[in-house]
Design a protein around this ligand. Structure first.
Ligand SMILES: *Cc1c(COP(=O)(O)O)cnc(C)c1O
Length: 343
């Protein structure tokens, strides 16, 4: 069987998650009457140390809700050029909040205080003003980089000094926390809202959490309804999310597997795979003279699935459904694929 390393979203719900779904106590969540959703929101808020939290269908919706709540039409949003919100959410900032992105080139995915100061625009007769700063941790497109809490806090302080709120896209927040051994409360201490996914490394079939203070979450609840995310007996999908919250600590296993995978692939002549911070391995095939599309297709023929993320950049992601034996097999299969590409 193919070893699927395209993303940590490909995991199948565990027996415990399926049982939790089947047994879930439910009600109409738009009326606030689904006890399982209420439990999940309380547990999630507790996990990141915020006043409140909101269950949303996807990470994308959570980020876009946050942008809508924090901004006014026409304002600018400062964010890293490679950030998910800018690159992979269909221009949602423009479509759903009618704000314009002001991208920043960063070294490691997080704008410095100097970057924030330079990108900030003061509202005037001629200029729209900056309405939001968004940060990302771990940083997906930069290879699952775990951004240290000090960098988050420094960027947030620079924004707050200018009365600009800060949203953290923490789709893989807990990967960063586990990798850096930092409490989630500390990681999100200085931001005004945070999004994290239950459906990635934590293994839930559906769902993300948007967390912040009570006022923010109340506003976010209205925007969730506006965006079509008000769900009814959502306890059925929230119940596996509660089980997923138990999977935080084990993310270190995914990180160990990713480190082993990177080392194994880096040792193959023609491939370059830097040591990853978390569960995302980036493999460069420029030295092999092969583009990512062809590399991915050949790996797939040999039973390993990855994703092309640049002209000669391929991404492999470790997750709950692959163990160390799978990783060793994956390295052997990719080595065979590279042999074939050389011929
Ligand atoms: C996956 C991801 C999202 C979006 O989550 P979906 O549930 O797929 O919509 C947002 N931000 C980052 C950094 C991600 O990796």
């Amino acid at each position: 069987m193919a070893i699927d390393l395209r993303s940590d979203t490909v995991t199948r719900p565990s027996e415990a998650m399926r049982t939790a779904a089947a047994d879930a106590d439910v009600g109409d969540d738009v009326y606030g009457e689904d006890p399982t959703v209420n439990d999940l929101e309380a547990a999630a808020a507790d996990r990141v140390g915020t006043e409140d939290a909101l269950y949303v269908p996807t990470g994308t919706m959570g980020n876009q809700i946050a942008a809508r709540v924090h901004t006014e039409r026409g304002q600018e949003v400062i964010l890293d050029r490679e950030s998910h919100i800018y690159r992979w959410e269909l221009g949602g900032l423009a479509q759903l909040s009618e704000v314009q992105p002001r991208t920043v080139d960063t070294a490691d995915g997080v704008p410095t205080p100097e970057d924030v100061a330079a990108a900030y625009v003061e509202e005037s007769l001629h200029r729209p003003g900056t309405g939001l700063l968004t940060l990302e941790n771990t940083h997906n497109a930069r290879g699952g980089v775990a951004v240290p809490p000090e960098s988050i806090s420094a960027a947030a302080a620079a924004a707050h000094d200018r009365d600009v709120p800060v949203h953290l896209d923490g789709a893989r927040l807990f990967n960063a926390c586990v990798a850096l051994d930092v409490a989630p409360e500390r990681m999100v201490r200085d931001v005004d809202s945070v999004l994290f996914c239950l459906s990635k490394g934590l293994g839930a079939p559906v769902g993300s959490i948007l967390a912040g203070d009570a006022e923010f979450v109340a506003a976010a609840r209205r925007v969730r309804k506006l965006f079509g995310g008000g769900m009814r007996q959502a306890g059925l999908i929230a119940a596996p999310g509660l089980v997923a919250l138990e999977n935080v600590e084990r993310l270190s296993t995914d990180h160990d597997n990713a480190a082993r995978l990177a080392a194994g692939l880096d040792a193959i002549d023609g491939l370059r795979a830097p040591e990853p911070d978390t569960n995302i391995v980036q493999v460069h095939t420029d030295a092999l003279g092969v583009d990512a599309e062809e590399f991915v297709a050949t790996c797939e023929d040999h039973g390993v699935r990855g994703g092309a993320h640049g002209p000669t950049l391929t991404r492999f992601c470790t997750h709950l459904d692959v163990d160390r034996a799978d990783i060793e097999t994956a390295v052997e299969r990719v080595a065979a694929a590279v042999e074939e590409l050389r011929d």
